[in-house]
Ligand binder design. Structure first.
Ligand code: NAD
Ligand code: DAU
Length: 350
């Protein structure tokens, strides 16, 4: 059985990827390696944790000796790399942590793979999961293409851009079989409530202010997380070596319009007077270096690998709200502990 190492599998997107691979690919042994930072949670994987083709290893991708040894002792066949520090606001407060995990951690994995797969690079794949934020910010027109020049603005996107360059360098220099995908904003279940959609759902539920940065006119292209997991599956299996794919929802929303839609959905689901949730909207100081607009052209993925998003946003958002309302224990669990001190620090000065 081929062993596929999925890093960051206890996080938001990683848990959906692990679930998909464990359930749909019994031909693989899935090893989920995760440090379990504040963003990693084994509760995200309860439904598959006892499956025979799944195993969890708690480890840090920055630990080069451990990672090197693991590739040999476990005979890792291929990698799907998602582990990262992923929140832009945290990268503004603590950039170095992003360099260490996202850049050094990725290079450690590449080195371990290079060492273990030497002489047989054609048979082993290193798939790096990246973000559209590496392309920077769009004006009113245009879309990010696979050929768009990198122009990252936040410490997070700069660290992801750097890791993408290293992954490509290991293809060009050593001939390793790599693929990269750059995806737009995901939403759905198990999304940590530091990010806009789950943060707003949590605050609306608790009748707390909904912090909207600046004028709320920044635009993001939202994709259902399970559609991203399916894209990762088809790219892992179908992409040619060295290739890059953009993944997006063709679904651009101004932040304020998205929040207003969410407020309507939640008033309805919570049987509140129409307008109750929208009164919680609070415009706060903008994010430093805030990218104005992201929008992805994913036609290459559609053409080459027949992938298209499956869900309409309104339907996906309503499903997401239902999930958060039905999973009170999960929400309580992730918002206890350090979440409150993070939240107070992040929002008190805005
Ligand atoms: P997340 O923050 O929810 O999860 C990250 C996971 O990585 C956590 O489980 C965490 O414990 C783990 N991790 C962090 N540092 C680690 C380390 N040093 N060693 C081992 N594990 C570590 O992130 P996410 O939103 O699921 O994003 C996953 C990947 O997808 C990231 O690489 C991110 O850049 C990329 N991405 C995210 C989005 C999005 O909208 N969330 C969009 C495009 C790309
Ligand atoms: O585009 C892909 C990226 O999407 C991923 O690479 C990142 O890992 C992921 O976090 C996400 O980045 P964003 O910065 O776009 O997501 P976030 O949810 O933090 O913010 C979405 C938009 O909402 C952005 O314009 C900032 C704004 N915002 C965010 C928060 C947390 C607010 O207005 N208020 C908030 O409280």
């Amino acid at each position: 059985m081929k062993k596929i190492l999925i890093t960051g599998g206890a996080g938001f997107i990683g848990s959906h990827v692990v679930r998909r691979f464990v359930n749909l690919h019994p031909e693989y042994q899935i090893i989920n390696l995760d440090k379990l930072t504040y963003a990693g949670n084994l509760l995200n994987l309860r439904d598959i944790e006892n499956k025979s083709n799944y195993r969890f290893i708690k480890a840090d991708i920055v630990d080069s000796a451990l990672i090197k040894e693991l590739f040999i002792s476990e005979n890792i066949h291929s990698v799907i790399h998602l582990a990262a520090e992923s929140h832009v606001d945290r990268s503004i407060s603590n950039p170095l942590e992003f360099v260490i995990t996202n850049v050094v951690g990725t290079v450690n994995l590449l080195n371990a793979a290079k060492n273990a797969w030497k002489g047989d690079y054609g048979n082993h794949r290193f798939y790096h999961v990246s973000t559209d934020e590496v392309y920077g910010s769009l004006g009113d027109e245009g879309l990010f293409h696979e050929e768009t020049a990198y122009d990252p603005h936040s410490p997070y996107s700069a660290s992801k851009a750097s890791s993408d360059h290293f992954v490509r360098a290991y293809h060009d220099t050593y001939g390793m079989d790599i693929v990269i995908s750059n995806c737009s904003n995901n939403y759905g279940s198990y999304h940590f409530p530091e990010k806009l959609i789950p943060l707003a759902i949590n605050n609306i539920k608790n009748l707390s202010p909904i912090p909207v940065y600046g004028k709320g006119d920044n635009i993001r292209d939202w994709l259902w997380v399970e559609d991203h997991a399916r894209a990762i599956d088809v790219i892992f299996h179908g992409a040619t070596t060295g290739s890059t794919y953009n993944v997006g929802g063709h679904n651009e929303w101004k932040n304020i319009d998205l929040i207003n839609l969410l407020c309507k959905i939640m008033d309805d689901k919570l049987n509140r007077e129409p307008g109750t949730s929208a009164r919680l909207i609070t415009f706060v100081t903008d994010r430093a270096g805030h990218d104005q607009r992201y929008a992805i052209d994913s036609s290459k993925l559609q053409k080459d690998l027949n992938w298209t998003p499956s869900l309409q946003f309104e339907e996906g958002l309503a499903k997401t709200v239902d999930w958060y309302l039905d999973n009170e224990e999960w929400l309580q669990n992730v918002t206890s502990g350090n979440y409150q001190s993070y939240y107070n620090e992040q929002y008190s000065e805005r």
